[in-house]
Design a protein around this ligand. Structure first.
Ligand code: AQP
Length: 335
């Protein structure tokens, strides 16, 4: 049956507080797309377990992320916004897809290599098979489109390969999803080491602008951002990664092109430039802060959305899982 609207799927891990990397690379794009598609947005708390979490912080972060999705402009009455752990079909299809994903494919994942290096004392199987669970997340909802940052490209490729492999054996079970990558600033880099991506789990708080940071903190962190000794605001990722990252952030936040940004700061020092980037980001996040505060002041609305959307996600995803069970030849459950 032809779908009325295309389906869009995306999500974020609850491994910390969201950063402007998550915002620019993902959330901002979702908001632009959420009227056009039938959208599913997950708080991917099961994925977050690949790294040890402090239970209290984990629960608080996950709820804050849910609230930030809504505050940023995703309407939970029109979109399905839910916690991955509330919908058991994810883990079930994840296991099945583990059995259709090759070790060689998983071995090539740069995120696995990066995270293994970062957490050398906890290189667990979940970290390795993460892409199979991510494939399940997307394929359960028959998603056509997956808006993600450029850093997730490899994982989406595995998802497509696994879906095609499954379909080639069992017929048309899964929709093959396409990636959607925002035009500007697809990859925001760390302010402390601009050769590394900005990550919510970075231990250096100055490397990262969190969506909850207040104006003074944002400006202070930008003032400290690592640049170079050239004192010239010019876009050159290879030789001037720090300044180029700041230009990316400034242009995506203000809507100005990179060229116009270079012109605007011609002859000015890094001090002026960093302050302008900090102020622009603080201005952009101000309405989000206000909306988050408003939503946090009354739990009932968010609680109701969490409940309704978990039911909806389960209903939709169960249809796909039932089809998968049938195709695989698993014995039908007697009800
Ligand atoms: N620095 C970034 N630039 C652009 N996009 C980014 N995303 C994350 N960081 C950047 C995008 O945000 C979405 C959610 O990502 P995720 O939470 O599922 O996982 P991640 O990519 O591993 O994000 P983090 O912040 O780096 O988390 P940790 O620290 O736990 O590893 C994705 O669409 C991602 O592309």
């Amino acid at each position: 049956m032809e779908k009325e609207r295309k389906v869009l799927y995306s999500g974020m891990q609850a491994t910390g507080r969201l950063t402007i990397g998550n915002y620019i690379g993902a959330l901002k794009n979702w908001v632009n797309l959420n009227e056009e598609y039938d959208c599913f947005f997950g708080v991917m708390d099961l994925h977050s377990l690949t790294v040890r979490q402090n239970p209290k912080e984990f629960r608080d972060n996950a709820r804050l992320i849910y609230t930030q999705y809504v505050a940023a402009g995703l309407d939970p009455k029109k979109n399905c916004i839910y916690f991955q752990s509330h919908v058991p079909t994810h883990a079930e299809l994840g296991w099945i897809l583990d059995c259709f994903t090759y070790m060689g494919e998983l071995n090539r994942m740069t995120q696995f290599k990066d995270k293994s290096a970062k957490h050398a004392d906890n290189i667990n199987a979940g970290l390795f098979t993460y892409p199979a669970l991510m494939a399940a997340d997307i394929l359960l909802y028959q998603a056509d489109l997956v808006p993600i940052g450029a850093d997730q490209k490899q994982h989406l490729e595995i998802c497509r390969d696994v879906a095609m492999r499954f379909n080639s054996i069992y017929g048309d079970v899964f929709t093959i999803p396409e990636g959607f990558f925002g035009k500007v600033g697809a990859r925001i880099m760390s302010l402390a080491d601009p050769t590394k991506k900005m990550s919510k789990s970075d231990e250096n708080v100055n490397a990262t602008i969190y969506l909850v940071d207040d104006r003074d903190t944002i400006i202070r962190k930008f003032k400290k951002a690592v640049t170079d000794s050239d004192a010239c605001v010019r876009y050159d990722v290879e030789n001037k990664p720090g300044v180029s990252n700041l230009i990316d952030i400034y242009s995506v936040i203000t809507g100005k092109s990179k060229e116009d940004t270079e012109k605007e700061f011609e002859g000015k020092g890094y001090g002026d430039f960093k302050l302008a980037v900090g102020e622009a980001v603080a201005d952009a996040l101000d309405p989000l802060h206000k909306k988050v505060d408003e939503l946090l002041s009354d739990r009932t609305y968010i609680d109701e959305c969490i409940k309704e959307n978990a039911e909806k996600a389960y209903y939709v995803s169960s249809k796909t899982l039932r089809k998968v069970h049938k195709k695989l030849g698993l014995t039908e459950r007697i009800r």
